[in-house]
Design a protein around this ligand. Structure first.
Ligand SMILES: Cc1cc2nc3c(=O)[nH]c(=O)nc-3n(C[C@H](O)[C@H](O)[C@H](O)COP(=O)(O)O)c2cc1C
Length: 370
């Protein structure tokens, strides 16, 4: 026999927190889910945006048509602002930018800053431009090119990363901007996972936080459950920055494959990289001429060797094997050090609510100290 049902009051939601960044992009909470190749698709991105943060689709591992489909799908799942992360040095970057404009995407995020003409075009069409940077001088440069805000990623962050920790990189960027009289919102990334981190970032003078690994480990991310479990089992010392994956410093989980790459011969690594680049080319329908053209642009912009350029084609396939196919032995799993602080798989809404409740509580306590 079932008793009468009593309507349960829905739990109170955390109050919004308005900063110059939330006002710029039109969101409730100063929390960004960053673009992560093979990870941030329509479900994760829309779940973040619906929860009051800013979700960002990762498009560097998508073909143009896949990106078109992903934007359309995301728009069916949320009417809140969301962004698209892309490679500014891809040969079809101008077409992708036209697509963002046509579709009215709110934010364009870039791992490498786009040229001033592309920034101007995006801004003229009402799109907010947010490059990710890893050095103070780059923040000043992209500000002079017209960027609206920057994501500053410290060395503890997952994926491609720099050598300086967030605790030092963030104030160095804020100081460099203020020395030049530049008033641009800065979003802190690398190592964030809770409300204490958000309160600390705001105390530094940032206008919000961006998180990759923490959002990968939510029930809304499409990464196979077995792979999420592999991440959850890791501690603070279980990531490594390897240049053997694609020739650039890349923070990944320490796995037997990564250790083999680290100790393997450069020739063997190069042959494997060329094979993976070929597979990526077939999968995305990219022509060799396009890949070579992309490679030449990459070489010019980043002063990379041809060996590094060939190895860059390696990353997408190795990440795909791990993050999409769930083969943790054959694939590479990009991850921030913060993986060692994460023990659960909340939904994006639960995650953002708990971060905001804790941030409000910390800010209140700090406010009472004075
Ligand atoms: C699995 C994974 C994939 C990533 N892919 C990209 C990408 O495609 N483009 C990009 O700009 N950054 C990428 N990143 C970096 C993140 O956007 C973000 O800056 C970083 O994860 C922040 O550090 P955290 O992991 O400590 O939160 C990736 C990170 C991870 C963990």
């Amino acid at each position: 026999m079932t008793g009468p049902t009593t309507a349960q009051p829905s739990p109170a939601r955390a109050a919004g927190l308005s900063t110059r960044f939330t006002e710029l992009v039109g969101i409730e909470y100063p929390i960004v889910q960053t673009g992560m190749g093979w990870v941030s698709g329509p479900s994760l991105t829309s779940a973040t945006s619906n929860a009051g943060g800013l979700g960002i689709l990762a498009s560097a591992t998508m073909t143009f048509v896949e990106l078109e489909t992903a934007i359309a799908k995301t728009k069916t799942l949320t009417d809140k602002p969301f962004g698209v992360n892309m490679r500014a040095d891809a040969t079809d970057a101008p077409e992708r930018i036209d697509l963002l404009i046509r579709e009215g995407v709110k934010v364009a995020s870039f791992a490498l800053a786009p040229k001033p003409e592309l920034i101007a075009k995006l801004k003229d069409n009402g799109i907010v431009v947010i490059p990710s940077i890893g050095a103070a001088k780059h923040a000043v440069k992209v500000a002079s090119w017209g960027a609206d805000a920057v994501i500053v990623q410290g060395g503890e962050g997952g994926g491609h990363t720099g050598p300086v920790a967030t605790t030092l990189l963030l104030p160095s960027v804020l100081d460099a901007l203020s020395a030049k009289g530049i008033d641009m919102p800065v979003v802190a990334a690398g190592g964030f996972f809770d409300g204490r981190g958000l309160a600390a970032a705001l105390a530094y003078g940032a206008q919000g936080v961006a998180m990759g690994t923490r959002f990968l480990l939510t029930s809304d991310s499409a990464v196979p459950d077995s792979v999420k479990q592999e991440y959850l089992g890791r501690g603070l010392g279980d990531t490594v920055v390897s240049v053997k994956v694609d020739g650039m410093p890349h923070r990944v989980l320490r796995t037997p494959l990564v250790e083999a790459l680290e100790s393997g011969s450069p020739v063997r690594a190069l042959v494997a990289a060329a094979r993976n680049a070929n597979e990526f080319k077939q999968m995305t329908g990219m022509r060799w001429t396009t890949m070579l053209k992309d490679g030449r642009t990459m070489k010019k912009s980043g002063e990379r060797s041809w060996q590094q350029v060939i190895m860059a084609g390696n990353t997408p396939m190795l990440l795909k094997a791990g993050l999409v196919e769930g083969d943790t032995r054959a694939g590479v799993l990009a991850s921030g050090q913060v993986v060692g602080m994460i023990e659960d798989l909340p939904s994006c809404d639960e995650l953002i609510q708990s971060i905001m409740a804790q941030a409000h509580e910390r800010l209140k306590t700090l406010g009472s100290l004075g």
